[in-house]
Design a protein around this ligand. Structure first.
Ligand code: NAI
Length: 338
């Protein structure tokens, strides 16, 4: 039995959470892989109700669980996810961009992953005012850069596709910070002679993601660049509704969609739950590796194939060109899982 903590979030978060709970319950009942799910509050609603975006009870419940699923939260995101990433040392943010059939996508043959450093850069929140100037501290350390580079090279080896790592930065301008990042990645590359290593400036990368996305296998980059480039890469393959993410540390992991609370469509039963379902698929993969559990891997593969088949059969939510509701899409997945 795996203990899963679930932050239900804001905006479309609760709708996506119900979808994921329905699917996890189906897996529990019919596929003989057991889960206990604890729903938790965090985000704008929690801030309003308790005065804290990340209440202490939520934090301790997460620490007592084996893994966390997090639906998107709203304006308080920095006080929830950025804090969790740092508090739990979830240093690797993994954001795959993979083609699914019949998407409103720029390309239909893409399979890449962005490995984003998750604990440093401008996201440490060290900003202050000096007279009439606003200053932000950008911290890039050698240990964190080497740690994320190692993760990227291992990802390229495990994926066994192009076996290529592209290190993305802007060291021609930010010579000290990105210079260090680039050098650290190049040093780690020497330990992986079977993986091709290349470097690219972030502006060129933003262009190439549109122009030649098939060139990419694994991109490794700093926190802010990774945040922006992963929204772009998700759009190349069909949009945020299909974009999952993982936040991984040495002992714990948290899985969440790339997107935010999407207040514009909240409560309408039209959100695409695939982003969260595919995040759960990444969770199953992580559990399978951590606990050496073959069943988790099999169920994860089945789940992803089911999403693939469902959209291939034209059963889709509005954002990807269909007319199904969140609930109808979820029911279709459930009916095919059993
Ligand atoms: P957003 O990612 O929530 O939405 C951008 C666009 O994509 C919207 O038009 C939305 O309707 C659409 N979209 C997103 N997910 C979708 C899905 N599953 N199905 C169908 N359409 C979907 O970005 P936005 O509007 O900039 O941010 C909204 C709120 O989310 C903000 O308060 C922001 O702070 C928060 N946020 C939270 C994050 C987190 O919890 N990790 C990450 C990013 C933003």
């Amino acid at each position: 039995m795996y203990n899963v903590s679930l932050i239900t979030g804001d905006g479309i978060g609760p709708e996506l959470s119900e979808s994921v709970v329905t699917i996890l319950k189906t897996i529990h009942d019919k596929l003989d892989l057991k889960f206990s799910i604890k729903r938790l509050e965090a985000g704008d609603k929690a801030l309003k109700n308790t005065g804290k975006a990340l209440p202490d009870e939520t934090m301790s419940a997460i620490k007592n669980s084996q893994v966390c699923l997090k639906a998107p939260v709203g304006e308080s995101a920095a006080d929830v996810i950025v804090v969790l990433r740092r508090a739990l040392d979830l240093y690797a943010n993994i954001r795959p961009a993979k083609s699914y059939p019949h998407m409103p996508a720029l390309r239909e043959d893409i399979d890449m992953v962005i490995v984003r450093e998750n604990t440093e850069d401008l996201y440490t929140g060290q900003e202050f005012l000096i007279d009439n100037a606003a200053v932000a501290m950008r911290i890039i350390s050698e240990p964190a850069s080497k740690r994320i580079a190692k993760y990227a090279f291992e990802t390229a080896q495990n994926r066994n596709l192009q076996k290529k790592v592209t290190c993305v930065h802007k060291s021609n301008v930010m010579r000290v910070t990105d210079g260090l990042f680039s050098k650290a990645c190049a040093e780690v590359a020497k330990d992986y002679p079977d993986v091709t290593f290349e470097q690219m400036y972030v502006d060129a990368c933003a262009m190439n993601l549109i122009r030649q996305p098939e060139l990419f296998d694994v991109i490794v980059t700093t926190n802010l660049f990774g945040d922006i480039l992963s929204d772009e890469s998700s759009q190349v393959v069909g949009g945020l509704g299909m974009a999952p993410a993982a936040n991984i540390g040495d002992d714990f992991a948290l899985f969440e969609p790339v997107h935010g609370a999407a207040f514009d469509i909240a409560g309408k039963n039209i959100a695409n739950p695939s982003s969260f379902i595919l995040s759960m698929r990444m969770m199953l993969d992580w559990l399978s590796q951590k606990y050496n559990d073959e069943k988790c891997r099999q169920v994860g593969d089945t789940l992803e194939k089911t999403v693939y088949d469902v959209v291939k059969d034209g059963i889709k939510t509005k954002d990807i060109g269909g007319d199904k509701t969140t609930e109808e899409f979820t029911k279709e997945i459930v009916s095919r899982l059993v």
